[in-house]
Design a protein around this ligand. Structure first.
Ligand SMILES: [Zn+2]
Length: 257
């Protein structure tokens, strides 16, 4: 696998024309029967949530929440969202909620934070930013989710890894996700990732949300909307297409549970 070796002190890889990508996301979503809801507008951008109804009503529907693009220097997420919509391989009993870009202005600046440099993914407990407040207001209007997936990249990592939140010890999807990613992208085999114990690319952090002041989106979700979820981290060390494929493979493995 080719390594780019471009990331020193931050992400220096490919950037994204986020406006063009979001136009493609909107038109692909429309073609495949998704509905879109705008929940915030700023700087010429619309923040929107896409919803895809189950294609067949059964007595065991599942509601799945997928979000990405919260860090403006992680282009694989919005591109993976586009590819997932275009491929249209969803389980027929699933209702999917997909937020393809939570920080569009960050992408125009190729920076992690929003226009003011604030990391939105630390703003979900006592939100200071208008975009997080709008996202939380949207989330509060939604039903609970059976599963959440937050798509990210890590510019320091040399392999894919994930964080699992599964406080009720439901059947874990982590090994299944990692096995699917292995087909398309190297996995980070380190015993310690980002200061936490890891095994085969899986981190099961022992986090008590009430004790943490700066919630990422995932801690809000596990505290208020869902009892199982995964933060998926593609390695920016590898070409963009590899990272997109890793995120797409991980979502497909997770939603087809
Ligand atoms: Zn990220």
């Amino acid at each position: 696998m080719k390594r780019l070796g471009k990331n020193h002190g931050g992400y220096h890889g490919e950037t994204l024309d986020i406006r063009a990508v979001l136009h493609q996301v909107e038109s692909a979503a429309q073609r495949h029967g998704w509905t879109a809801e705008n929940f915030y507008e700023h700087g010429g951008f619309k923040w929107f949530a896409l919803r895809r109804a189950p294609s067949r009503i059964t007595n065991h529907e599942s509601r799945i929440y997928i979000s990405t693009g919260i860090h403006g220097d992680e282009p694989a997420g919005p591109l993976a969202a586009l590819k997932l919509i275009e491929e249209n391989r969803w389980p027929e009993n699933a209702e999917i909620f997909l937020l393809p870009c939570l920080n569009p202005i960050g992408f125009t600046l190729n920076q992690r934070g929003n226009a003011g440099g604030i990391d939105l993914n630390r703003d979900y407990r006592s939100p200071k930013t208008a975009e997080t407040r709008a996202h939380l207001a949207w989330l509060e209007r939604q039903p609970p989710f059976d599963l959440y997936l937050c798509l990210h990249e890590d510019w320091e990592s040399h392999g894919f890894y994930l964080y699992e939140q599964n406080p009720d010890n439901k059947i874990s999807l982590a090994e299944k996700i990692i096995a699917a990613v292995r087909e398309v992208c190297p996995v980070d085999e380190s015993e310690n990732i980002e200061g936490r114990a890891a095994h085969n690319g899986i981190i099961r952090p022992n986090i008590s949300p009430p004790e943490r002041p700066d919630w990422p989106e995932a801690l809000y979700l596990i505290s208020h909307k869902s009892r199982q979820g995964y933060t998926l981290e593609a390695p920016s060390y590898f070409p963009l297409a590899t990272r997109v494929n890793a995120l797409v493979a991980s979502v497909n493995a997770a939603v087809n549970f």
